[in-house]
Design a protein around this ligand. Structure first.
Ligand SMILES: [Zn+2]
Length: 327
């Protein structure tokens, strides 16, 4: 691996010496990165992961982070937070090693979302609103084949037995692949998923809800994430010419250290998240949907999740249209 990187750096350096169309670099000169976690300012858009020897380094932005992938790969982190603040961004590395970012701007706390979050049930009329709102956003990747996923072998959200957790998650993922909704929209979405087994592998997500280097296995599990984070999805995809990137792996972790989940939110529910609602939202990220923001609270892909609400278990009009645009 070291030899490959060194050779590639030589090629880029020669191109620069030759006065050709070398990519711009940080600081305009040789790229030397300080040790430790980097920020997006240390590795700005337009810099080269080859020049900077940045593959495998951690890059953070506004409380989120990703590990720099190799050329031709893209990694996205989406952290669902309890206070409505949004932590997520995308780092893409072009085939020539050039870095670009997506979604660097929306990390501010959204006060309206935070106050809306305090509701413990969904306002009457949600169903009608969900079926009238056609807003959606896509992340630039899709699953071209079948999303094959594993369940971690540790403690599961809601302390569910493995079979129960598998059923709940399978149902949530199935809501995305079958574009299930209460609006009467037929399913024209061709997305596919298949549960494989439990695994000793873990979601490649660290305690600060940052995407680590991927292990090639798509795992849904539970663990410790930053306090305000309810769940996090990391997705990795490879560039496809003329189309959305092709998903290679997507991991999901539920924060069971700081939050409680249930598969049966009832009347007495308080401060507990409906597992299937959160899982459906995360599955939306896996299959290439991005967030819709303020005034789109009725959509499953709204930026945050409402405690005790099961509304996100089924899709809104915008969610369905987003999936149809990809599949
Ligand atoms: Zn999200």
């Amino acid at each position: 691996m070291g030899k490959v990187v060194a050779a590639a750096v030589t090629v880029v350096s020669l191109a620069a010496l030759g006065g050709g169309a070398a990519p711009p670099r940080a600081g305009g000169g040789a790229c030397t990165l300080a040790p430790g976690a980097l920020t997006v300012d240390d590795l700005p858009a337009g810099s080269s992961v080859l020049d900077c020897a940045a593959v495998g380094r951690l890059v953070t932005h506004a409380g989120a982070g990703v590990t720099v992938p190799g050329p031709g790969m893209k990694v996205s982190v989406d952290a669902l937070t309890e206070d409505g603040s949004l932590h997520g961004f995308t780092l893409a590395v072009a085939a020539d090693g050039t870095v670009s970012y997506g979604d660097l701007t929306h990390a501010d706390t959204d006060a309206d979302a935070a106050s809306a979050h305090a509701r413990t049930s969904v306002a009457p009329g949600r169903a009608r609103a969900a079926c009238a709102d056609d807003a959606y956003a896509t992340a630039g990747h899709k699953e071209y084949d079948t999303y094959e996923w594993f369940l971690g072998d540790g403690t599961l959200p809601g302390n569910l037995a493995p079979d129960d957790a598998r059923r709940a998650l399978e149902d949530a993922i199935g809501t995305i692949t079958a574009s299930r909704n209460d609006c009467g929209f037929g399913d024209t979405v061709t997305a596919k998923a298949r549960f494989l087994s439990r695994t000793g592998n873990e979601a490649d997500i660290d305690r600060d809800a940052r995407c680590m280097a991927r292990d090639g296995v798509s795992v849904w599990d539970a663990g410790d994430l930053s306090g305000g984070v309810v769940a996090t999805t990391c997705s990795w995809s490879r560039a496809v010419s003329g189309g959305p990137d092709s998903l290679r792996e997507a991991d999901v972790r539920f924060n069971t250290r700081d939050h409680t989940f249930t598969d049966h939110p009832g009347e007495a529910c308080s401060n507990t998240y409906d597992l299937r609602s959160v899982a459906t939202h995360e599955a939306g990220h896996v299959f290439g949907l991005a967030h819709v923001g303020e005034s789109h609270e009725s959509q499953t892909m709204y930026t945050n999740s409402f405690a005790c609400s099961t509304a996100a278990r089924t899709l809104g009009r915008g969610d369905v249209l987003g999936l149809r645009s990809l599949y």
